[in-house]
Design a protein around this ligand. Structure first.
Ligand code: DHB
Ligand code: FE
Length: 287
């Protein structure tokens, strides 16, 4: 059976891609952020995932305001990136696992999530930057992905609690897959940031810390926030936290925090990286 080995949360700011292309990882501006990934690399080398289920938000590359699904799941064997206009190189294509995607889609629909299924799906910086951070060097990526896009762009957005439930449904579907896959779950974006309007540059360190603490022990505490309250606390784009909440929902076992790095700012964003361990019930019994 497939097993959920843990989760990673990471910021997806596009200028990280530019810093990678220009080899700036050790510059004083960038090193406090990139150094936070050393642990992630060690963890990935240890847990050796086969597949990453990636909760993210599309920023206008695959979906635009004219047609914007609340939840969309990729069901392809390959996902391409294209130039989004951020001045960063177009990313390598990422391999998918369409058979596994369809299993997850069946699980979601059985749980009454009315999702959009995408047999052709471009992935933007919210997928490619996290993948480049986790598996640097630009070679073929060693994991296949299932991208799951959550609308954090055009209101009305799904509630925090709905995203937690979406994650939980995905977690159950992963664990009912017959193949012995080692699955990690990723949530991208955030933490607090606002890119435009009167509060452009807004960051809320205290709220970010609250979310990082509660993600492990009590995600329901975050789910008590309405979307307007979340915008107020985290900024208009800080609602990307929904992707992290869905990731946490998919960790169905005993969850513990293994690592956290928090650095302000990267571009306009409070940049956070976290790694979570997930001990499934059988693993706990065997240990
Ligand atoms: C920035 C942050 C984002 O989440 C994004 O999608 C684009 C830009 C930024 O801080 O520059
Ligand atoms: Fe974003």
């Amino acid at each position: 059976m497939a097993r959920i080995i843990g989760g990673v949360g990471t910021t997806h700011v596009p200028s990280i891609g530019k810093a990678i292309a220009e080899h700036k990882q050790k510059d004083p501006y960038w090193s406090p952020f990139f150094d936070g990934f050393h642990y992630v690399h060690q963890w990935l080398a240890r847990v050796k995932p086969d597949v990453a289920v990636v909760f993210y938000n599309d920023h206008g590359l695959n979906f635009f305001l004219d047609k914007l699904p609340t939840f969309a799941v990729g069901a392809a064997d390959e996902y391409r990136n294209e130039d989004e206009g951020w001045g960063i190189p177009v990313s390598r294509s990422l391999a998918g696992d369409a058979k596994f995607s369809w299993h997850l889609i069946n699980g979601l629909v059985a749980d009454e999530f009315d999702i959009t299924m995408c047999q052709d799906m471009l992935v933007d910086h919210a997928v490619t930057i996290p993948m480049a951070l986790m598996w640097p060097g630009g070679g073929a990526c060693p994991v296949k992905i299932v991208p799951i896009s959550i609308n954090t762009v055009q209101h009305p957005l799904p509630s925090v609690s709905r995203c937690l439930k979406l994650g939980r449904s995905i977690g159950r579907a992963i664990e009912s897959y017959e193949q012995d896959l080692r699955v990690m779950v990723v949530g991208t974006g955030g933490l607090s940031h606002q890119l435009d309007g009167e509060r452009a540059g807004f960051i809320n360190k205290e709220f970010d810390r609250f979310c990082m603490d509660k993600l492990t022990s009590d995600p329901e505490a975050i789910a008590r926030y309405s979307i307007p309250q979340l915008v107020e606390q985290a900024g208009a784009q800080g609602v990307e936290l929904l992707n992290w909440v869905a990731m946490r929902g998919a960790l169905t076992g005993r969850v513990s925090e293994l690592h956290r790095n928090y650095h302000i700012p990267i571009s306009n964003t409070a940049a956070a990286t976290m790694v979570f361990d997930n001990q499934a019930a059988e693993q706990r019994k065997a240990a």
